[in-house]
Ligand binder design. Structure first.
Ligand code: BG6
Length: 477
């Protein structure tokens, strides 16, 4: 049985989708707090001012802010070895550029980490998960500005010192490649549009976007060095939204298109963060698209000295690319492509593909030869409560197939550190802002419109995952 004894089984959540506690405990608003709810057909909107008559799901989330003890106790019951969670930057530095940090915010996360320690659950902390202090976006133009590097590093410095005895595993930026994919101008770079607009709409030029990404690369590299200086046991990873792209046909043009898409959407960020320099294919892409970014003399050295210790990624689905005009399109997790006739889709149209996970694990491990971790995976689905119970066999089925794929990859030599399925407790969907798109082992009584008691209920998948962890992946039935 391939899963190593120290395999990090667990789950993943993020502050902006679960925490709530909006503007309390000394915190201020982040860009994420300016997105109203949408659904599959209605895009989420960004609004410059918070409009009392609109519904912003992040303001309450699932109120993890007040429920964390109860939730962590339930994670412990499942036997979690690790919990991936993110820190909200504006809880620590409310404006982002403050002189000193907000002590109340520091204490809040300390209490969370102490609670995790009580159950021997190792925190895996995302430092920035689509959660930029609003003030930094408004005043500096978000990550377009080089100034953000120092603000970010100062924030990291506070975290690394304050949580030195509690946290060893860190991720610098969630899905950093959402910028090279072109979906993250507002939410990941904090580049605000002129007018209120749909969340995924571009608000930057290509040069501005890649400039912002360059600044994040530098900030990440500096954070890696700092983490190692503060505690040599710290391990820092990158976090990439995996973009598995298959050529739709064996037409050589489709093969080349798939390669180009994988390079730009996906490998560019991994290459910079794992190898410490920009790959040549990006230089060509920049040249062909008139992209110019400003760099400084020390940048090469910073990138070189700040390579990550492990490669982490989210994986939900795969897509295809075609150079033929008549191919039917499909979309999901901030990527667009052509639909694959061999795959089924979720209720939100995301193509379910466990073999793609196996393929991707081999691909990235062979490319970087450093430990790999899957820090997001799962099925967003509608759950029904029947006599107080939730029979989510569809979720178990999805996860089981993906764990088999992991098993096979480990057997093939991939050094896989752990697995933290996304939304281990139901939380707000990032792309739609809905609650009914649920991923959890734990149901949260909260509806799309913000009604509901916030009561937690175990789903069938809760006991199933408990058994998976107990048997170290041996019993998947
Ligand atoms: C990833 C993000 O892209 O996908 C998460 O890191 C997000 O924040 C997850 O929640 C699932 O996407 P969605 O839109 O179903 O919530």
């Amino acid at each position: 049985m391939p899963f190593p004894n120290d395999f990090m089984w667990g789950g993943a959540i993020a502050a902006n989708q679960s925490e709530g506690g909006f503007c309390s405990g000394g915190a201020l608003d982040s860009v994420a707090d300016h997105f109203v709810a949408g659904d599959l057909k209605t895009p989420r909107y960004f609004t410059h001012t918070i409009d009392e008559n609109k519904y912003y799901p992040s303001h309450i989330g699932i109120d993890f802010f007040h429920h964390y003890k109860e939730d962590i106790a339930m994670f412990a019951q499942m036997g979690f070895k690790t919990l991936r969670l993110s820190i909200s930057w504006s809880r620590i530095f409310p404006h982002g550029d403050d002189e000193s940090p907000n002590e109340e915010g520091i204490q809040y996360y300390l209490s969370v980490f102490k609670e995790l320690k009580k159950y021997n659950i190792e925190p895996l902390v995302t430092i920035s998960h689509y959660d930029i202090p609003y003030h930094l976006a408004e005043k500096y133009g978000g990550w377009k500005s080089r100034k953000l590097i120092n603000f970010y590093v100062k924030y990291c410095d506070v975290l690394f010192h304050a949580y030195k005895d509690y946290v060893r595993y860190w991720l610098t930026f969630n899905e950093i490649n959402v910028l090279s994919n072109g979906y993250g101008d507002i939410m990941a770079a904090g580049i605000l549009p002129q007018e209120d607009t749909a969340m995924f709409m571009p608000s930057a030029t290509l040069s501005e976007r890649f400039q912002a990404l360059h600044h994040q690369f530098l900030a990440s590299a500096k954070a890696v060095r700092l983490a190692h200086e503060v505690n040599s046991e710290n391990k820092v990873g990158c976090m990439i939204a995996s973009t598995v792209v298959y050529p739709f046909s064996c037409h050589p043009k489709d093969i080349v298109a798939a390669q180009e898409k994988m390079n730009l959407s996906n490998f560019l960020c991994g290459d910079v963060q794992c190898r410490g320099y920009y790959p040549d294919y990006v230089k060509t892409y920049f040249r062909k698209n008139d992209i110019e970014i400003k760099t400084e003399k020390e940048d090469e050295k910073i990138l070189k000295e700040g390579t990550v210790d492990f490669y982490s990624f989210s994986y939900y689905m795969s897509s295809c690319i075609s150079t033929q005009q008549d191919a039917k399109s499909s979309a999901g997790n901030m990527s667009e492509g052509v639909s694959n006739p061999y795959l089924e889709t979720s209720d939100w149209g995301w193509q379910i593909d466990p073999d793609g996970l196996y393929y991707y694990l081999n691909e990235v491990y062979n490319r970087y030869q450093i430990p790999v971790m899957i820090v997001e995976n799962g099925l967003g689905a509608i759950d029904q409560i029947v006599d107080g119970q939730i029979h989510d066999s569809y979720r178990i089925d999805y996860l089981r197939k993906h764990i088999y794929a992991m098993d096979k990859a480990i057997d093939n030599g991939v050094d896989l550190m752990g697995y933290t399925p996304w939304g281990c407790i139901d939380l707000v969907s990032l792309s739609t802002g809905e609650m009914k798109k649920r991923y959890g082992f734990i149901y949260v009584d909260r509806n799309n419109d913000g009604t509901g008691s916030l009561k937690r209920i175990k789903k069938d998948s809760f006991n199933w995952y408990k058994k998976v962890i107990e048997t170290n992946g041996e019993d998947l039935d």
